[in-house]
Design a protein around this ligand. Structure first.
Ligand SMILES: *Cc1c(COP(=O)(O)O)cnc(C)c1O
Length: 699
């Protein structure tokens, strides 16, 4: 099967159509060649409005003309029209207000400003098309075609048909009602219905394109003949315009895939706003005295109006798209970036001026949001190196604009090492075999790496005793060894045998580093302390300390430490009370009826469940939450998205109140270490298991 490149071409073409509309109203080629300008603005650009009508018809008819959909569309279009009427009212005043009767006529048929005829035309056209389509397209299309032909007689062909006096009389009557036949009765229904009919078309792409070019040629000839004859009363409608539109639409449809709402908004805004932009460009040109360039040169005028229109519309559409739901809606993480930066200062003080702080941001920065955290650290300027678990996490940071060293602590496919050099990411060499694979895969490019040295954890790294292996790795052609590190596995314990093991690990690390250096090898940056290496050991003569959990202001568990640091918790977890229920004694609640009221009980339903990161049996673990600064026990089994809390002893709890799962509420506090312990986890583990759907809210 052939692969086709497909994209939301129907929506994308709206932007071109909007540009054509600006061209119609600014005549870009007007100052160089009149015939060329006629062709461009009075023939080619005339496909713009029929196109807007066809896409409307297409989307309205998709899934059958539904009354509800129609109503919504009509309402939305009417509202937009109403806003536009007010938007252009100042210009109406400037131009001199017409009589009341004329105003009504314009409001319902011709539009209150020159481009606004489109809105009444769509509205009337939709109602007529909907009515006609009830009897099937086979009936509706010919009727709409006849209406179009009548309209054509009052438009491009007026001079020809008006030679017959009775016909002229009929058009005289028509023109006493509306200014043009290009309106909701004679013009819009055919294109709306053709859009609806397009749902059934399945033309070949190349045939559609050739058909479009061919019919455009014929339409151009038609236009020039009519212009030469001087019969056009107006130039919106041609005999070949509907045919041209059918081919164009089926061509766009053949490669259409998906939708682009921004393109829709922008094209509509450009359509709406460009006459104001014309006014602004003209006024601006007069003020700065550049009328010659900005007004007299019609191409420059067109470009200026287009750029201004698209910029303003893009900006307004952007504002609309930026509206995101409030993170503090149902359940969220509160990130205290001040606490984070405070912790950086405390930790830096601890490791000394010659040692850099490498921030460990793996697992979405332990549930704190890797990008938010990294950006805050980069802004503060003390941390210049980062560590993550995998390549994807590293690239995410680079894409977010994070500079400096990013060390991948875990496995990366050797075949993906080009991504390491592309993004300037440092890879951990996990053992000798991996070093060889990486160097082989590198194909001449030097890959920046840190060597992992195993000093007794027996996880990753070249054994610290295997100096020969280390020497061989240093000889590999494509690795650029920028550092060496080890990892401690019981540094969080103060038991004498654990302390002794840690010291042995430290000793092994320094020994192997010194031996390599004595052999004349450049070992680069050396590091081995993680959080507990900083907390329980004195400052080290290293280049980095790789700190994770302590950066987030918490400890892994409640066991004693050498030195309590003045670090502040960064994360709080909050949720909302959905509603409050009253239970009689003996009534049960939740899945499995796991809670049974022993007394008259007030239950609050919180929008936090096991999908957000608490264990299902949190109640059985003596789970508590904070509400109005008081502790409230969790009861029953947790649901995926909700949990029940007994708030009988707390006054005035109501839907919308904020409850605290983790953190401070007034005088009450739930510490991460305690909460994790209750759940049978260490703090790191609890933080990493938070639900991915919990949004972040920075303080
Ligand atoms: C996770 C990790 C760290 C950070 O550990 P914390 O105890 O959270 O500070 C440091 N080094 C390596 C190799 C790690 O995997």
């Amino acid at each position: 099967m052939k692969k086709h490149r497909s994209f939301p071409s129907l929506d994308h073409f709206r932007l071109t159509a909007a540009l054509f509309v600006i061209a119609i109203h600014t005549s870009p080629l007007g100052s160089c060649n009149e015939a060329a300008d006629f062709w461009f603005t009075r023939v080619l650009a005339r496909i713009a409005v029929p196109y807007f009508l066809m896409v409307s018809g297409y989307f309205l008819a998709k899934g059958g003309w539904q009354k509800e959909k129609m109503k919504r569309f009509l309402l939305k279009t009417s509202l937009l029209y109403l806003v536009s009427v007010f938007l252009y009212f100042p210009l109406n005043i400037y131009a001199g207000l017409p009589t009341f009767g004329e105003t009504l006529k314009r409001l319902f048929f011709d539009g209150t400003f020159y481009h606004l005829w489109y809105f009444p035309a769509v509205l009337t056209g939709c109602v007529i098309s909907y009515g006609l389509s009830r009897m099937g397209l086979r009936f509706a299309l010919p009727v709409a075609a006849v209406l179009y032909l009548i309209g054509l007689g009052g438009d491009s062909y007026f001079g020809i048909v008006a030679v017959f006096p009775p016909v002229q009389a009929i058009y005289k009557l028509i023109f006493s009602l509306f200014q043009y036949t290009r309106n909701g009765i004679f013009f819009a229904p055919l294109f709306l219905l053709l859009g609806a009919a397009a749902l059934k078309w399945n033309f070949e792409k190349r045939i559609s394109f050739a058909g479009f070019l061919f019919s455009l040629c014929i339409m151009s000839i038609e236009g020039f003949i009519l212009r030469h004859m001087g019969v056009q009363r107006h130039d919106s409608m041609y005999l070949f315009l509907p045919i041209c539109m059918m081919f164009l639409f089926s061509f766009l449809l053949s490669r259409n895939n998906g939708e682009n709402k921004t393109a829709r908004s922008i094209s509509m805004l450009v359509y709406l706003l460009h006459p104001w932009m014309i006014v602004f460009v003209r006024a601006g040109a007069k003020i700065i005295g550049m009328e010659n360039l900005l007004i007299q040169n019609q191409m420059v005028h067109f470009l200026a109006v287009s750029i201004l229109s698209f910029s303003v519309s893009g900006f307004l559409a952007g504002l609309r798209c930026c509206r995101k739901p409030d993170p503090a809606a149902r359940a969220w993480r509160e990130i205290d970036l001040k606490a984070l930066q405070h912790n950086v200062r405390i930790l830096k003080e601890q490791i000394g001026p010659d040692c850099g702080l490498m921030a460990v941001l793996k697992a979405d920065a332990y549930g704190h949001g890797a990008v938010i955290t990294a950006r805050s650290l980069q802004k503060q300027g003390i941390v210049k190196a980062f560590a993550v678990a995998c390549l994807a996490e590293a690239i995410q940071l680079r894409r977010a604009g994070i500079r400096g060293t990013i060390l991948v602590l875990g496995y990366t496919l050797p075949s993906e090492c080009y991504l390491l050099s592309k993004w300037r990411i440092t890879q951990t060499v996990v053992d000798e075999a991996y070093a060889v694979q990486l160097s082989d895969a590198a194909q001449g490019k030097k890959i920046p790496v840190h060597l992992a040295i195993d000093t007794g954890m027996n996880r990753l790294g070249v054994p610290s005793t295997d100096l020969n292996a280390l020497h061989r790795i240093f000889k590999l052609p494509n690795l650029e060894i920028q550092g060496m590190f080890s990892h401690l596995c019981v540094s969080d314990s103060l038991l004498p045998e654990d302390v002794a093991f840690t010291l042995e690990q430290v000793n092994r690390f320094y020994t192997s580093v010194l031996k390599l250096q004595a052999d004349g090898l450049e070992t680069g940056k050396i590091h081995f302390q993680a959080s507990y290496g900083v907390i329980n050991l004195p400052a080290q003569p290293c280049d980095f300390a790789r700190v994770g959990i302590a950066l987030y202001g918490v400890y892994s568990h409640n066991s004693p430490v050498q030195r309590k640091l003045d670090i502040w918790p960064v994360l709080s977890l909050r949720t909302r009370v959905v509603l409050v229920k009253h239970l009689q004694p003996g009534e049960t609640a939740g899945y499995g009826r796991a809670f049974c009221a022993r007394r008259t009980t007030k239950l609050a339903v919180l929008s936090f469940g096991y999908a957000d990161g608490l264990p299902r049996d949190f109640a059985g673990m003596n789970g508590m939450v904070l509400l109005h600064g008081k502790r409230a026990p969790v009861v029953g089994k947790l649901c995926m998205d909700q949990m029940l809390v007994d708030v009988t002893d707390i006054d005035d709890v109501k839907g919308g109140d904020v409850a605290t799962i983790l953190g401070r509420d007034g005088a009450a506090l739930i510490r991460a270490e305690d909460l994790a312990e209750q759940c049978g986890m260490i703090t790191n583990e609890f933080l990493c298991c938070l639900g991915a759907r919990l949004p972040y809210r920075n303080l």
